[in-house]
Write a protein that binds this ligand. Structure first.
Ligand code: PMP
Length: 431
């Protein structure tokens, strides 16, 4: 069994990092802020495993927060990256790999007729919002409480208050002017959506949402909500944006939009699209995408966008997903995990709610069904912290927040899920 008290090398490295990096990390979620303690420093990954610099091994259910659906160091992906590296790292001029990845995205994602590559999910959503505004000539956008779309100023709006509340910045440094045109609505609330559009439809540039939410924990949209979104946006000439940075190629090869049967106007992608390298993308209807520079006048650019090494990684990842079609396997492994966790929690008399779509899953320490931000934040986060550390000490690496989804990879096996469930039973018994 791993031992949190026995990570002296990680303790030393974290203390060292805190001196030169704010909070010791380059992205806040990694710092264990919500659960306390010191994050293990990772030496390497292999398939479903992570290994830290203290010699501990973990079954990994984060997968770099989404990208590693094929597990760590998939041979085809590593080989493609190595081959690309042999020819150089960046040219700032067109390469064939960019067209190959774009064509595959167009083929796989129902809403995408044209696509532009960027370097992160944040860039993708930022650019999609700008494009929707430029295309419609309107300013106001709608987002949903609890959905995260990267650290874009206009989308970094604190969740909470109800329909039609004007956005407030959730972060110092975001001028209120940046969020004044962002309306925040509750997820899954058809009536609030209707009210927001009443009399204002002609001002609304875009509605952006995670079509399967992962960033308040996993929250599933109702059929009614999705239909209302599509219909309302169509009726008002408002651009419907699905942020599939997390759900894209995760909940289905053809993304959440195929699974849910609703086609947005624009889609943002990231994570799996780069196979572990920094890639994001936004794409959609050709008439909208052609408003982007240099065809249209909506400006967006990037020195490293379409980087050849990153394109090779993404292309190899998507090609492998097409070839292997691991989605039935992912579904059955994740169902095994869900069923086992529910049984273990019941056995331990710990009330939980599990939301799952394909290989995305969150176990909420909550007595009520979780359908939106308000119900998600009613979860017992103290209990979650104990659960998280209990699992980590037993060699299972889960996301370090109640408001995240875990991911199963194609390299997990039924035996590894059983091992995870044994750790879960032992941990739940201590809560
Ligand atoms: N959108 C969604 C749905 C995400 O989950 C994330 C990242 N977790 C982002 C956007 C931002 O992506 P990135 O961290 O690559 O900027």
């Amino acid at each position: 069994m791993n031992d949190t008290a026995n990570r002296p090398n990680s303790e030393t490295e974290f203390a060292r990092a805190c001196k030169s990096i704010p909070g010791g990390v380059n992205s806040p979620a990694r710092a264990f802020g919500a659960v306390g303690g010191t994050p293990p420093y990772i030496q390497r990954g292999d398939g479903p495993y992570l290994f830290d610099i203290d010699g501990n091994q973990y079954i990994d259910f984060i997968g770099s927060w989404g990208p590693h659906i094929l597990g760590h160091r998939h041979p085809a992906v590593i080989r493609a990256i190595q081959l690309a590296l042999e020819t150089g790292t960046s040219f700032g001029a067109p390469t064939v790999a960019e067209s190959e990845l774009a064509e595959l995205v167009v083929k796989l994602v129902p809403s995408v007729e044209k696509v532009r590559m960027v370097n992160s999910g944040t860039e993708a959503t930022m650019s999609a919002i700008r494009l929707a505004r430029g295309f419609t000539g309107r300013d106001v956008i709608i987002k949903f409480a609890g959905c995260y779309h990267g650290h874009v100023d206009s989308l970094l709006v604190q969740a909470g208050s109800g329909a039609l509340t004007l956005g407030t910045p959730s972060s110092p440094g975001v001028p209120s002017g940046c969020t004044a045109d962002t309306l925040v609505l509750p997820y899954n609330d058809v009536a609030a959506l209707g009210t927001a559009f009443e009399g204002k439809g002609a001002e609304l540039a875009a509605v952006i949402l995670e079509p399967v939410c992962g960033n308040m924990g996993c929250v599933v949209p109702t059929e009614e909500f999705l239909q209302a979104l599509r219909q309302t946006c169509t009726n008002n000439g408002t651009v419907l944006i699905f942020d599939e940075v997390m759900s894209g190629f995760r909940v289905a090869l053809n993304c959440a939009q195929s699974r849910l049967g609703v086609t947005p106007d624009l889609t943002t992608l990231g994570k799996i699209l780069g196979g572990g390298m920094p890639v994001g993308a936004y794409g959609g209807r050709a008439d909208i995408m052609d408003a982007v520079s240099p065809v249209g006048s909506v400006y967006q650019a990037g020195t490293l966008s379409g980087n050849p090494v990153a394109m090779a990684s993404g292309l190899a990842t998507l090609q492998q997903l097409v070839k292997d079609d691991p989605y039935n396997k992912l579904e059955s492994l994740a169902a095994q995990l869900e069923d086992g966790l529910l049984a273990a929690a019941k056995n331990a008399n710990v009330p939980v709610q599990i939301n799952r779509v394909g290989s995305m899953l969150t176990m909420f320490f909550n007595e009520q069904p979780v359908t939106d931000f308000a119900t998600a934040t009613a979860s017992d986060t103290d209990r979650f912290a104990k659960w998280f550390h209990g699992m980590l000490d037993r060699g299972v690496y889960l996301p370090c927040s109640q408001y995240e989804a875990l991911f199963v990879s194609a390299t997990h096996t039924p035996e590894l899920i059983d091992e995870t469930l044994e750790a879960a039973s032992a941990t739940l018994a201590t809560l």
